[in-house]
Structures are given as structure tokens and as C-alpha cells.
Write a protein that binds this ligand. Sequence first.
Ligand SMILES: NC(=O)c1ccc[n+]([C@@H]2O[C@H](COP(=O)([O-])OP(=O)(O)OC[C@H]3O[C@@H](n4cnc5c(N)ncnc54)[C@H](O)[C@@H]3O)[C@@H](O)[C@H]2O)c1
Length: 249
Amino acid sequence: MAGRLEGKVAIITGAGAGIGAAHAEAFVREGAGVAITDIRPEAGDAVAQKLKAAGGNVISLKHDVASEDSWAEVVEQVAAHFGKLTTLVNNAGLNHMRGVEDETVEGWNHIVSIDQMGTWLGMRAVMPHLRASGNGSIVNISSILGIMANVTCLSFHAAKGAVRVMSKAAALEYAERGVRVNSIYPGMIDTQQLATMLPEEREMIRTSIPMKRIGLPEEVANCSVFLCSDEASYVTGAEIIVDGGLRPG
Ligand SMILES: NC(=O)c1ccc[n+]([C@@H]2O[C@H](COP(=O)([O-])OP(=O)(O)OC[C@H]3O[C@@H](n4cnc5c(N)ncnc54)[C@H](O)[C@@H]3O)[C@@H](O)[C@H]2O)c1
């Protein structure tokens, strides 16, 4: 049986761990060619090796999503290797816990350059190839904190909130040009981003989630599989919240 992403070639950023690695696995399972990119190439290589051993059509590339030059190199290498590029998952991102008075300009710029500017740089870099494919798709991974407020994540809110509106604006801009742009809003997902949490903090979060469990990286990836497949051919500018019911209203 043909996979749901047969014929697609995807760049997945930050795919050396967590939600990005789960995307790489899901996209390979569904028949896509996948470029695993990460600022930690050894982490990307390890994911790629595992998927190649299982028969996946995969490459691993070093990538800093906050760098224009790095995007140009990655896109060129992917197009040269696979002969085309149809799909982008802008997943790489990070957070730190700083409020209004704790944040610094340096800290702000670090978060915003990766989570917000990196998302734009990615869309811009892949667009010529996605337009040429006639059937391109971009998924931007925002966060539930791109929609609802929390304390002490100010720069992350600024970045992920922007990703939400940027995704919709890009969806409008490319609606007639063969590229769909959608966004995903994970709640608490079990990745290394939760690793520093104390067991009691984790338990407090778990019990606050209506489904009473922390989400799995593949539960985010499965939504992207749908959005990047032709099953979602009339879906653009949409947002999918993946949070076990956490967001009220
Ligand atoms: N885990 C969660 O609960 C959660 C919740 C909401 C949103 N998210 C979002 O999901 C995405 C993935 O999160 P995760 O939990 O899997 O994170 P993670 O820390 O497990 O993995 C992120 C990966 O991105 C890579 N990376 C970091 N900076 C990079 C850069 N400049 N260029 C390229 N790669 C870079 C890291 O090396 C790492 O491998 C992020 O955008 C994050 O904000 C996560």
C-alpha cells in the first residue's frame, strides 16, 4: 500500500531529537524522502542512521535555522540530493523561563532568532522549490503558548505567537500559488525540553491536563503527516492544537 506521503520530499528542522525526530520517523514510514536537519549534526546523524537501517530515504545535514546562509546551503543540498523539495516542517525551537524583568536583550534575540525568524527564513528559503512543485506544504510548529499566556516565558510567547499569525499570512499569500501553510500548537509533550522538570512539577502538570497524561512526540508528528499529505489538499491557514484538552474554551 502506498504511503500517505509518497512522492514528497521534506525538510524537518530540529529533527535530531523530540518532536522533530518523531516527524522524521513518521514521514519515512509514510514514504517521504526526508532531510533531517539539526544544529547538533551528531544527533541528526543518529536519527538518520536508524531510519536508513529501516530502509528510509534520508539524509542528515547540519543546520542553524537562525542563519540565512545555513538555510541556503541546506535547501541547495536537499534539492541536489532528492531532485526536488515539496515540504517543510519548521520544528526547531527552544524556550527559556524568563519574565518581563528577567529577560535580557541577548536572551530575547536568541529565542526570537530561532523560534520566530528561523520560521520565516525557512519559509522564504524553500518557497521557490515548493511553488515549482505545484503542491507544496509547510507546517510551522508553534506552541500552546503561542495562543495562551503563561508566566515567565515572555520571549517564547513573542516568538510563538508571531509564528501563528505569520503562518496564516503566508497561507493567504500562497493560496493561489500551490503552497499550503498550516500550524500546530503542542501542549506538554514528552521530550528533553521537559527533562529538567522535577517529578512533582511533572505530576502537577499531568494532573492539570484534561486527558491526564503528557503527550507523545508522535502525536504531534501524526498531525503533520495529515497536513503535509494530499488528504489535506483544501486545508491552509489552519491550526491544530495537540494538548490533551489543556486549552480552555
Ligand atoms: N516539548 C514540548 O512540550 C513542546 C511544547 C510546545 C511546543 N514545542 C515546540 O516543538 C518544537 C520541538 O520541541 P522539542 O520538545 O522536540 O524540542 P527538543 O529540545 O527535544 O528538540 C529540539 C531540536 O532542535 C535543535 N535545535 C535547536 N536550535 C536549533 C537551531 N538553531 N537550528 C537547528 N536546530 C536546532 C536541537 O538541537 C534539538 O535537537 C519546538 O519548536 C518547541 O518550541 C514543544
